[in-house]
Design a protein around this ligand. Structure first.
Ligand code: FAD
Length: 451
């Protein structure tokens, strides 16, 4: 650890795990604050989720722990579910690129997002901090409040090089859209059909002429149901968020029905819904989200994932006992991901340089316990602990104020809510028709500062 005289900020040796959007911006903010950063990335390129691959896993439900894991869950046709203006980092707008191969749409395809992240990494020289094809296999606290990071790198001869290094701090940016969550269905073990998870969905072809039950109501579930509906015999969406007696044809779709949740599955191939209907189905597709997973973290049970709650964490970032040496970027969801990562990263960078002071360990624990009690009192299940919902704006403004930096602009938040509203009302036209031209104007005005 060194102290910089020029700025009187403490400079630390920091490991960042992952070179997706959160790891890239964390690396940038840490270096801006004067830290020395090594980014570990198990893939051979940056981008994380946004590196599309046609490859799928051998176990379509992702239950076999020994399977070869594919990181990205993108499907081939995916276009963003947020408009590009609100998606980008605050000081590096996600505007259409000039030149061949650019995708100037407001809701572009996934390749455009990867290109944006590559441009971002190049612009800020982040690539030079990244060790590619280098997977972190363990992180543990050592006596002197430092962290030992064990990593492995595949050699050309097929063997692994293992390396132990000690860092002042570790920032976990490993993403949380890889390990599938599966719906529990009574009787499913006897049901003879096929099951898969959207993590392993790439194209609709395997569903041609099939009767498909799709569980879920997220943006991906909506997209995939429409895409499969184009070639499947029937698509039946089972959703937790509708009333128990729901059974209705989707507007404008002849072969897509919306139902309440599945009640049970049976040996004869039938699946019964809570609405009283029963159908014989070929495939169940779980679009039921993902689990947080940190296989490399060795904390003696102090930091755990319990019913998809990562805890205890002060404000979704610092585990009080290991703060500030260990931190997490990007756990909250139902928010605007990239700018939120940026603000959390500024906070971590400032705390590690001693510019920003954290509350005492006891006070942070008390804050965590207060959050847990509030959630419990309001009937919010544990697995929604990191769901930002209506608190997105307050949370981000609060973190930004600690960092003494501006929070992201109000128009981004309004665009986010506008998009969520239209996702359910107009899923087919969401990405090509909009009514928020006033917000678009504000965005363009703000972007002129950076372009
Ligand atoms: P990731 O992008 O997952 O990156 C994590 C990185 O960590 C990966 O590169 C991985 O290889 C690496 N890694 C993991 N473990 C290790 C290890 N042990 N050692 C070394 N490296 C490791 N967001 C939007 O803003 N707009 C959208 O339209 C949008 N659409 C989405 C659609 C889908 C289907 C999904 C799944 C997500 C979508 N998101 C969207 C959310 C998106 O995941 C986030 O925007 C963001 O890309 C997540 O970045 P991340 O860096 O946190 O994680």
């Amino acid at each position: 650890m060194q102290t910089s005289n020029a700025t009187s900020l403490t400079s630390r040796h920091v490991a960042v795990i992952g070179a997706g959007a959160s790891g890239l911006v964390a690396a940038r903010e840490l270096r801006r604050e004067g830290h020395q950063v090594v980014v570990f990335e198990k893939d051979s390129q940056i981008g994380g989720t946004w590196v599309y691959t046609p490859q799928v896993e051998t176990d379509p439900l992702g239950l076999d722990p020994t399977r070869q894991i594919v990181h990205s869950s993108l499907y081939k046709s995916l276009r963003t579910n947020l408009p590009r203006e609100s998606m980008g980092f605050m000081d590096y707008p996600f505007v259409p690129r000039a030149g061949e191969g650019s995708d100037p749409r407001r809701f572009p395809g996934h390749a455009e997002v990867l290109k944006y992240l590559q441009d971002f990494a190049r612009e800020f020289g982040i690539g030079e901090m990244v060790r590619f094809e280098c997977e972190v296999v363990s992180v543990e606290m050592v006596d002197n409040k430092k962290l030992k990071v064990k990593s492995k790198r595949r050699r050309l001869d097929g063997d692994d090089d293992l390396l132990d290094e000690v860092f002042d701090a570790v920032v976990v940016c490993n993403g949380h859209f890889t390990q599938p969550r599966i719906a529990e269905i009574p009787g499913i073990n006897l049901w003879p059909g096929k099951q898969t998870h959207s993590h392993n969905y790439r194209t609709p072809e395997p569903f041609r002429d099939k009767v498909v039950i799709l569980i879920g109501s997220s943006a991906s579930a909506m997209d995939i149901s429409l895409e499969i509906g184009g070639i499947a015999k029937e698509v039946h969406i089972a959703s937790r968020s509708v009333a128990d007696d729901t059974c209705e044809k989707q507007a404008g779709c002849d072969n897509i029905w919306l139902h309440s949740m599945i009640e049970s599955a049976h040996k004869d191939g039938s699946v019964a819904f809570r609405d009283g209907n029963s159908i014989i189905a070929d495939i169940i597709l779980h679009c039921t989200g993902y689990k947080y997973c940190f296989p490399f973290l060795k904390t003696n049970g102090i930091v755990t994932v319990d019913d998809n709650r990562v805890g205890p964490l002060y404000k979704h970032v610092f585990p009080p006992i290991f703060a500030p040496q260990l931190s997490f970027v990007g756990l909250p969801y139902r928010n605007i991901p990239f700018p939120s990562f940026e603000i959390q990263s500024k906070w971590i960078a400032g705390v590690l340089s001693d510019r920003i002071v954290l509350p005492s360990q006891e006070d942070m624990m008390e804050d965590v316990n207060t959050l847990y009690s509030t959630l419990e009192d309001s009937g919010v299940p544990k697995h929604h602990t990191h769901n930002m919902g209506d608190t997105m704006s307050d949370y981000s403004v609060w973190v930004a104020s600690l960092c003494q930096c501006p929070c992201f602009e109000e128009w981004r938040i309004q665009m986010f809510y506008e998009t969520v509203k239209r996702l359910h009302a107009n899923p087919k036209t969401l990405r090509d028709e909009w009514e928020d031209d006033n917000l678009l104007l504000q965005a363009r005005e703000d972007f002129s500062k950076y372009i």
